[in-house]
Design a protein around this ligand. Structure first.
Ligand code: GLN
Ligand code: MG
Ligand code: MG
Ligand code: MG
Length: 442
């Protein structure tokens, strides 16, 4: 543990903290907050602060609504940006039921359950995410537009690049919050950025993703911009992905590295890849959870479409970055930043462990360009596609017992119910495309 209770009380005093946010995440990946004053700190640390779980999306029904927040003391951090009187700090919390046991519908609890399963097999997991996002201008009423800072050529009066300044400010604030930023760069599309922070153990990495998105949105707003993590805001240019670099460690050693193995990868690495590939379609509803996610997974925009892996730098679903030794890792490229990071990491780990348990050998690496193959060539190599829509993804999820088990009945039911509704709402709407195609033709 990084901190104990005394540390927290000392830091609260030193930094003149007035408010504390207790944060947790609903099953759709939305960060939630309960704000308390420092007077409640003692009670909060004892896990005695209650909230009404029935008003949180996908949590519980009215009859069983009392839930407790149990702060993870090591998640303590204060927000570096100024917000009036005194400082604001936060804890990330686990959700417990009124009987004191962990709530099985809390995504953070779900990830911890799969991590415990990994631990039983002797593994810990490290995760390094790469979050992409867009920055858009806001209009005079502060509402987001789809105008990016770089193609705002007709905003000729803008003398500075708002996006670059905002990104620099994001990096500074993240560093103040103990993030180690490894790279930050403009992405391929206009207005698109990526900020990479250092890998961490899986639970911390999921926490970090949630904090990262919150900081990026907050700082963007302070620059008069809107940051979005939706997968494909604009047709015709790249969407935003969240590549997830993952590795397992056993007895302090990288379990994916074997200097004698093919490509210097261990059998564990191959089975892990086999598991990810076997469950890629079943997990897609979690790693790519919105209607819009599937508009990103199309050919031509550096996002994966086919279930294949490669040791080389193409655009397959799974890539093995060149680094070996302790840095040996598998990069899964289909997740997008609109996913719930706790659930996405939980299902990917579960899939990988299933691969290891059942010795699932992956198909041979595909190093040719799959986009140039015809159907027969793809069939011969047994190359499957990722689901083409949220509807298909939900169907695949319902057919994947391993992934369903990882989510648990509670989250699984709520998730499927909500995603089915989301798809239904979308499919009954009449879109601009249909009007353009049919209104005058028929
Ligand atoms: N934006 C691309 C995606 O959708 C990734 C681009 C890259 O990082 N090479 O996944
Ligand atoms: Mg990257
Ligand atoms: Mg990128
Ligand atoms: Mg990458």
């Amino acid at each position: 543990a990084r901190y104990n209770r005394d540390d927290i009380f000392r830091m609260v005093k030193e930094q003149n903290v007035q408010f504390i946010r207790l944060q947790f995440t609903d099953i759709f990946g939305v960060l939630k907050n309960v704000a308390i004053t420092v007077n409640q700190l003692e009670k909060a640390l004892d896990g005695e602060l209650m909230f009404d779980g029935s008003s949180i999306d996908g949590f519980v029904r009215i009859e069983e609504s009392d839930m407790y927040l149990r702060p993870d003391i090591d998640s303590w951090v204060t927000f570096p940006w100024h917000s009036g009187e005194g400082a604001v700090g936060r804890f990330i919390c686990d959700v417990h039921k009124s009987d004191g046991t962990p709530f099985e519908g809390d995504p953070r609890v779900i990830l911890q359950k799969v991590l415990a399963e990994a631990a039983e097999m002797g593994y810990t997991m490290n995760v390094g995410p790469e979050c992409e996002f867009f920055l858009f201008q806001t209009d005079e009423k502060g509402r987001p537009t789809l105008i990016t800072h770089d193609n705002a050529g007709y905003f000729d009066l803008t003398p500075v690049d708002l996006g670059e300044n905002a990104r620099r400010d994001m990096v500074i604030n993240l560093e103040d919050m103990n993030f180690e930023i490894e790279a930050s760069h403009h992405e391929v599309a206009p207005g698109q950025h990526e900020i990479d922070f250092k890998y961490a153990d899986a639970l911390t990495a999921a926490d970090n993703i949630q904090t990262f998105k919150f900081v990026v949105r907050t700082i963007a707003q302070r620059h008069g911009l809107h940051a979005t993590f939706m997968a494909k805001p604009i047709f015709g240019i790249n969407g935003s992905g969240m590549h997830v670099n993952q590795s397992l460690f056993k007895n302090g050693q990288n379990a994916f590295y074997d200097p004698q193995g093919e490509l210097e990868l261990s059998m564990d690495a191959y089975y892990y890849i086999g598991g990810l590939m076997q469950h890629a379609r079943g997990m897609a509803a979690v790693t790519n959870p919105t209607v819009n996610s599937y508009k990103r997974l199309v050919p031509g925009y550096e996002a994966p479409v086919y279930v294949a892996w490669s040791g080389q730098n193409r655009s397959p679903l799974i890539r093995i970055p060149a680094k070996r030794g302790v840095s040996t890792r598998v990069e899964m490229r289909n997740p997008d930043p609109s996913c719930n990071p706790y659930l996405a990491i939980a299902v990917m780990l579960k899939a990988g462990l299933d691969g290891i348990k059942n010795k699932i050998t992956p198909p041979p690496a595909v190093n040719q360009n799959i986009y140039e193959m015809n159907q027969k060539e793809k069939d011969d190599l047994a190359i499957n596609s990722l689901p083409g829509s949220l509807e298909e993804a939900v169907k695949e999820l319902k057919n994947d017992a391993v992934i369903m088990y990882a989510l648990g009945n509670h989250a699984m039911d709520r998730f499927v119910e909500a995603k089915t509704l989301e798809w239904d709402e979308y499919r009954t709407k009449v879109s601009r495309w249909e009007i353009d195609q049919y209104l005058t033709k028929f």
